[in-house]
Design a protein around this ligand. Structure first.
Ligand code: UTP
Length: 408
């Protein structure tokens, strides 16, 4: 793309200011900016009028979870089916590590955070060690994809290499970068993070499949006959990944996606809850849960919307491929966005100053036809680290690790 073409594209979206410093840039900077303008999907800015409004939702109804009683009763059947799928190489794991981890407040990728007390125990180490349990149990190396972002790719790759992948087999690990989305001020004007760069941020945790395809990694899925991908967030240090019972139950159920869920601690707990929306699987956010839904009971007298998601989903690849070209909506989130002002000085705002655009995994699930919510025990499998202290923090995760006999 040359300067005239870039100017035309920008002008269509009222973003002419992006080229303000263009003539001061050296050749490398000019080239970098032109190629970023070329690659950036500016059509997300068309949705700016949706900012601050909650997305229009359909009609919710309950979706039954498979509960512990059934899982324990059918354990052998599920375990055997899961081990079979894993041994046949049909199952892969995908670590979502493209987030910015702003709440934790560390400059490094979240996975590099050390939660150890008497020795080093990194977040990456915890999740890899959990996956290694399954590798040992099934005597099978599971393909591990790691999604990073432009902002943390180099440091993530260098760190894991330096730590020898915490015992994981190097040639089973594949990294790819998540696509980025531009960030703008409250009037929809793009921020610049440098004179030769539009401000961008990772495009949300649903960006993983399109980013993976764009990186050409769907070829690995085809070549290796991978049929199931277990995606999981980096920050749950008790996360069980590709555990045979979960894999087996999902395979046996013949659904498009399995979702690990935990029983809610209280009716108003701040967690997204699995449900149906217009008859298709979906997640209702805690702030969308009406009083009626909170009070609704199923036929056994249990709350009907009672199972919260923990960002661990096992997707069936054929169904993912089938919906890959559907357009997914963007969620517009208010964030603190560093930018350069009209004089080129870098400003790091203390308060939110604009919008980022994210695609969320819940929208991906809603495109699919069927889902199995699969109950896991919170104390054994859910210790998220979002904040440095307080709720869902390093402290609370340490406590839970200790309860599970993990030395820190
Ligand atoms: P969070 O929603 O907790 O976001 O991500 P975050 O960016 O890590 O943290 P904050 O909100 O800035 O404090 C949940 C999981 O999804 C991944 C994160 O890495 C984490 O594993 N994620 C999130 C991505 O991979 N890409 C994204 O664009 C967003």
């Amino acid at each position: 793309m040359n300067k005239t073409q870039a100017a035309e594209k920008l002008s269509k979206y009222g973003q002419d200011h992006v080229l303000k410093f263009f003539d001061e840039l050296d050749e490398k900077g000019q080239k970098a900016l032109l190629s970023q303008i070329d690659e950036t999907d500016l059509s997300v800015l068309d949705h700016i009028d949706q900012a601050g409004k909650s997305a229009k939702r359909g009609t919710f109804s309950p979706l039954k979870a498979m509960q512990r009683e059934e899982i324990v009763r059918r354990e052998k059947e599920f375990y055997d089916a899961g081990v079979k799928a894993i041994k046949e190489g049909k199952t892969a794991a995908l670590l979502l590590a493209g987030g910015m981890g702003t709440r934790l407040g560390s400059d490094n990728p979240k996975g590099m955070y050390n939660i150890g007390l008497t020795k080093d125990v990194y977040i990456f180490q915890r999740v890899i060690e959990n996956l290694l349990d399954v590798v040992r149990e099934t005597d099978t190396w599971i393909r591990l994809f790691i999604m990073t972002s432009e902002k943390n790719h180099e440091s993530t790759v260098a760190f894991l290499k330096e730590k020898n992948y915490f015992g994981y087999k190097e040639d089973k690990v594949v990294f790819f970068k998540q696509d980025m989305a531009p960030a703008c001020d409250y009037n929809g004007k793009l921020y610049m993070e440098e004179k030769d760069r539009i401000s961008t941020s990772p495009n949300g945790n649903a960006g993983w499949y399109s980013s993976m395809v764009r990186a050409g990694l769907d070829r690995i899925l085809d070549d290796e006959g991978i049929e199931w991908i277990d995606i999981f967030g980096v920050d749950n240090v008790l996360q069980r990944i590709c555990d045979p019972c979960f894999v087996g139950a999902t395979v046996q159920a013949g659904v498009s996606v399995g979702a690990k869920v935990v029983k809610k601690a209280a009716p108003d707990e701040k967690v997204g809850v699995m449900c149906l929306e217009d008859g298709k699987p979906s997640i209702v956010e805690y702030y969308e849960l009406s009083k009626e839904m909170m009070d609704a009971k199923d036929e056994s007298g249990e709350p009907a919307y009672n199972y919260g998601v923990i960002l661990n989903y096992l997707f069936h690849v054929p169904e993912l491929k089938a919906v890959a070209n559907n357009t997914m909506s963007y969620h517009i989130v208010e964030k603190k966005i560093p930018y350069i002002d009209e004089n080129g000085a870098l400003i790091k705002p203390e308060e939110p100053n604009g919008y980022k655009f994210e695609q969320l995994v819940l929208d991906m699930i809603h495109q699919l036809d069927s889902c199995l919510p699969y109950e896991v025990i919170r104390e054994y499998e859910f210790a998220p680290i979002k904040n440095a202290t307080g709720v869902d923090s390093v402290e609370s995760a340490r406590e839970l690790c200790k309860k599970n006999g993990i030395e820190l």
